[in-house]
Design a protein around this ligand. Structure first.
Ligand code: HPA
Length: 240
């Protein structure tokens, strides 16, 4: 297959090697408007907006991925295999699973416990280890510390479920020190591994699964921008 792909109408060369991947396509627009210059919208297929511009003198793209493993898998595969994306950071939200992880904190997903067949059964008979790129992870963790951002590095639960019908799962994950729940990191890491791409997931804690607190939407926006800037500077500053 060549470009355009079924879900992205850009031509080859219109997407940068470095990319930010928010789930919400409107957030792709917000990141582009706020942080990039000389921007161009390269994708409107299914409303899943994608933009390319310049960040600190480097070509940079930002593409919405939608929610859940299958949607992430479609965009990650097309971006990595057909558009030559080499480094990708998902910027999303998550639900905290530990008392010491608070609303507004950042979670840097070092690895994923995953219940999606897309990741779990990737290699028959193998419990696939979906992990972040170490260079991106180290750069993001160092930058977060320099900026005084509360950031936790560890495992997340990357799940097909938002409304999980199995109540025992959360307890098991909490007992194994899992920081938070989210729904796309595992697919991103598995496809990045298969395509030889470097990937990381950074997520803001938007709700707490133990205390049931939630961030008001205005505050979500402020936290989101700080996270997006951290991710952009990680891509700009990580060793090639
Ligand atoms: N589950 C999955 N993804 C999420 C959650 C959650 O509770 N909160 C924010 N993203």
């Amino acid at each position: 297959m060549s470009t355009p792909t079924p879900h992205i109408e850009a031509l080859a060369g219109e997407i940068a090697e470095d990319i930010l991947l928010p789930g919400d396509p409107l957030r792709a627009q917000v990141i582009s408007d706020r942080f990039l210059t000389d921007t161009r919208c390269y994708n409107r297929v299914r409303g899943m907006l994608g933009f390319t511009g310049t960040y600190k003198g480097r070509p940079m793209s930002v593409q919405g991925t939608g929610m859940g493993h299958p949607s992430m898998a479609i965009y990650a595969t097309e971006l990595f295999r057909f558009y030559g994306v080499r480094r990708a950071i998902r910027v999303g939200s998550c639900g905290a699973l530990l008392e010491r992880v608070h609303l507004r904190d950042l979670v840097l997903a070092q690895g994923c416990h995953d219940d999606s067949n897309l990741v779990r059964d990737r290699i028959p008979g193998i419990a696939f280890a979906a992990t972040a790129d170490f260079g991106l992870l180290r750069t993001a963790a160092d930058l977060a510390a320099e900026r005084g951002l509360a950031a936790h590095v560890g495992t997340v639960w990357s799940s097909d479920w938002f409304y999980d019908p199995n109540p025992g799962v959360l307890d098991g994950l909490t007992r194994h020190g899992t920081l938070a729940a989210e729904m796309e990191a595992g697919a991103l890491y598995a496809i990045a591994a298969a395509e030889g791409v470097r990937a990381l997931t950074i997520a803001t804690v938007s709700d707490h699964l133990l205390s049931h607190e939630k961030l008001p939407s205005a505050e979500r926006e402020i936290g989101f921008l700080a996270m997006a800037e951290l991710a952009l500077d990680t891509l700009a500053g990580a060793p090639d």
